[in-house]
Design a protein around this ligand. Structure first.
Ligand code: FUL
Length: 452
């Protein structure tokens, strides 16, 4: 039988201490991670020459003049994201093709060489300014793989990558997230060499030095990659977290050795590791369309509001963040189909979560109400400053005679949303907690979805 004594005996010393006191339990989030958790949903903008060539991965030999978004309107883009409830936006400042959306000094392969706005355009400036105007945080994606650069594969390229990052982190105000992609397909233009270049993912980029640079230039920014150090890739591009989804994780390389961006056992990333030694929460990246870039033929395959809502519960509802990609089109706008889905998704979130039908805050495990309420969504949060303490919960309602179980869930962490199959009515509810430490649930709230 699993008693408290056998449980304690099976736990490492640090956990045993926390199990009997209110000391932090295992790994805990940093201040920058705590701020990131509060964002819940952020948007991704995949935009570059690919938008004009109908490709997902540009080869690196694209003519900069291809980039010509004649009606580019950063405020229209950002306000459509804000309507969906997005609290941040991350732009592909450079994708694998190497074309830079800002006038970098590191290469000629940028907007400066494009006839768009006579070479005076700066997409990073325009979108970062618009994000600030609409109160969204701004983040940067800078692809480590660069199929344009002749230097790719040599130490000089790593220096160039850091110089590009330095420009992005010093010219455009506060950056909330720096996104390092793990993809590397090998072949490319590479200044005309048109060959395959293979790098050692574990050593080539010397990530710790780059991450130190990010810390120095933007200490408040979280760093994302397959392995963190602040935020981990969830291990799939479908936008779905594991259930459970632990915020703690010890990433391991595909061969069992040290992990690095592009080399991680991604089967373990959706769930993370219970009692992992690092606080490394999951971010669920997914596109509103089948591809990451805009393709006209995919205008009919934009995810519906119902699909976005489902993804929200499977990512944010499991304690992860959702990073939803919405690619600008050739005009430099979001297409009407995407804007409509974003708006309906935002309307749903506002209608459901603006006001709870009942809630208890503080160290709660029971809700006693004066009147019966009807709800179909339950939100639970843990006080994660003390670690992820709860292994699972069951929720019961009182039926004038007895307790009846209405829902169960596993991990909570920063948030757990339980969407019930049908509305439930109750005046008294309780939470039963399966836990290996003193639980610190600080929110138990009920919501009602709008009726269609
Ligand atoms: C992947 C890239 O190869 C895709 O093009 C996209 O940027 C996605 C978010 O990450 O690794």
């Amino acid at each position: 039988m699993l008693t408290r004594r056998t449980l304690l005996a099976a736990m490492p010393a640090a956990f045993v201490r926390a199990a009997s006191t209110r000391a932090p339990y295992g790994a805990v989030p940093s201040e920058r991670q705590l701020r990131w958790h509060e964002l819940e949903t952020t948007a991704f903008l995949h935009f570059t020459v690919n938008t004009f060539t109908d490709k997902e991965w540009g080869y690196g030999d694209e003519d900069p003049n291809l980039f010509n978004p004649a009606a580019f309107d950063p405020d229209a883009i950002v306000s459509a994201l804000a309507a969906a409830g997005m609290r941040g936006v991350i732009l592909t400042c450079k994708h694998h093709d190497g074309f830079c959306l800002w006038p970098t000094a590191t290469t000629d392969h940028s907007v400066r060489s494009s006839s768009w706005r006579s070479g005076k355009g700066d997409v990073v400036r325009a979108l970062s300014d618009a994000a600030r105007r609409h109160k969204l945080k701004f983040g940067v994606y800078l692809s480590p793989w660069d199929r344009n650069s002749p230097r790719y594969g040599t130490p000089e390229y790593v220096a160039m990558y850091r110089a590009q990052l330095t420009e992005l982190l010093t010219r455009y105000g506060p950056i909330f997230e720096v996104w390092h992609d793990g993809a590397n397909g090998g072949d490319g233009f590479y200044g005309g060499a048109r060959e395959k270049r293979t790098i050692d993912k574990r050593t080539y980029y010397d990530w710790p030095t780059t991450w130190d640079l990010v810390r120095k230039l933007q200490p408040e920014a979280v760093i994302f990659s397959d392995v963190g150090p602040d935020v981990r890739w969830v291990g799939n591009e479908r936008g779905i977290a594991g259930d459970p989804c632990w915020a703690t994780y010890d990433p391991v390389g595909a061969d069992g050795g040290p992990a690095s961006p592009g080399d991680v056992r991604d089967k373990e990333s959706p769930a993370g590791h219970r009692h992992g030694s690092k606080w490394l929460p999951a971010e669920c990246d997914v596109s509103i369309r089948p591809g990451w870039f805009w393709h006209e033929k995919e205008n009919v395959r934009v995810k519906t509001p119902a699909q976005l809502i489902d993804l929200y519960y499977k990512s944010v509802g499991r304690g992860a963040n959702l990073l939803l990609n919405v690619p600008p089109n050739r005009d430099g706008l979001l297409s009407a189909e995407d804007v409509a889905s974003l708006k309906a998704f935002g309307d749903y979130r506002r209608a459901t979560f603006a006001k709870s039908v009942a809630e208890a805050k503080g160290r709660v495990t029971e809700l006693r109400l004066k009147h019966e309420v009807t709800f179909n969504v339950i939100r639970l949060t843990e006080d994660i400053r003390y670690g992820q303490r709860v292994d699972g919960v069951a929720i019961d309602r009182w039926t004038s005679e007895d307790w009846e179980q209405i829902a169960t869930a596993t991990s909570i962490g920063p948030r757990r949303l339980i969407r019930l199959d049908r509305p439930v009515t109750a005046a008294r509810l309780r939470l039963r907690v399966t836990t290996s430490a003193w639980p610190m649930i600080n929110e138990f709230a009920l919501f009602a979805e709008p009726k269609n």
